[in-house]
Design a protein around this ligand. Structure first.
Ligand code: FES
Length: 186
């Protein structure tokens, strides 16, 4: 007669451990997918297609100061033209006469808005100012604003928000833009 065998306490303990590990592994996989999801979706942290270069440039040319905010990319797209001799400064970053300026202040990370009167970026938190290329002009920020590389791909402007370049050092000035009116910050 076959011997009837119940589950020992040791077997039960082992099974419980295995079950717990499986639950943990499943949770970890779900969390990892969740972290990757924004990139898979093409949102901030991925390459973002802002639209046709010709259309965007025409639109920017019709806007005072030639800049526009794109919330999805947390970026200001700016019409960009370097002064003679400085054209190579943003090589591999600017493309097609466009520069993508990250919204994050180089001081403590506040979102830096456009100042429509001066035509600069001016941070309301502690008063740092940057010209419209995001280059340092004034205040406690240690550098200029970061930039995202732009590639013109099939006529489209693609901004790589996974690859923020370090802000240019203080003293960098490739556009010689004086303030065009009153400042927005004290
Ligand atoms: S966070 Fe912008 S000046 Fe301090």
């Amino acid at each position: 007669m076959a011997k009837k065998r119940g589950m020992s306490r040791r077997d039960f303990f082992r099974l419980s451990m295995l079950g717990g590990s499986a639950v943990f592994a499943g949770g970890f996989a779900a969390a990892s997918l969740g972290m990757l999801w924004p990139s898979l979706r093409g949102g901030f942290g991925a390459k973002i297609n802002l639209g046709k270069a010709d259309d965007l440039k025409a639109e920017l040319a019709s806007i005072p100061h030639g800049w526009k905010y794109y919330a999805e990319a947390r970026t200001y797209l700016v019409l960009y033209k370097a002064v003679p001799g400085k054209e190579a400064f943003y090589k591999g970053v600017a493309d097609g006469g466009l520069l993508a300026v990250y919204q994050k202040c180089a001081h403590l990370g506040c979102k830096v808005p456009q100042c429509e009167s001066s035509g600069w970026f001016e941070c309301p938190c502690h008063g740092s100012r940057y010209n419209k290329a995001g280059e340092y002009e004034f205040g406690p920020a240690p550098t200029g604003l970061q930039h995202f590389p732009i590639v013109i791909d099939g006529g489209n402007v693609v901004v790589d928000t996974a690859d923020a370049k370090p802000g240019p050092p203080r003293g960098t000035d490739t556009i010689n833009q004086n303030p065009e009116g009153a400042h927005c910050t004290g």
